[in-house]
Ligand binder design. Structure first.
Ligand code: ZN
Length: 80
């Protein structure tokens, strides 16, 4: 019982951390709380809302950045 509880809490924390890093904290909390390990996996596979992919070099860059830090190309941020 204690083992299962710590196991569950671990995946809850993982899910919250992923949610925070993806700018989707509430979804991370909810998925981690309701689904535990499965929620953490779902959060891991979910779309990153905080970062976008550079159209030139496909680097993972922050949503609000105007120029790509990797290739210095202008980023067309159409999905705002
Ligand atoms: Zn780039």
């Amino acid at each position: 019982m204690v083992f299962w509880l710590s196991f569950y809490v671990f995946f809850f924390v993982v899910s919250v951390c992923i949610g925070y890093r993806k700018g989707n904290l509430i979804a991370g909390v909810l998925l981690g709380y309701v689904l535990g390990p499965i929620g953490a996996i779902l959060m891991y596979l979910s779309k990153d809302r905080k970062h976008i992919e550079c159209p030139s070099c496909h680097a993972n860059i922050h949503k609000s950045s105007y120029f790509c830090p990797e290739c210095r190309n202008k980023v067309m941020n159409a999905t705002v």
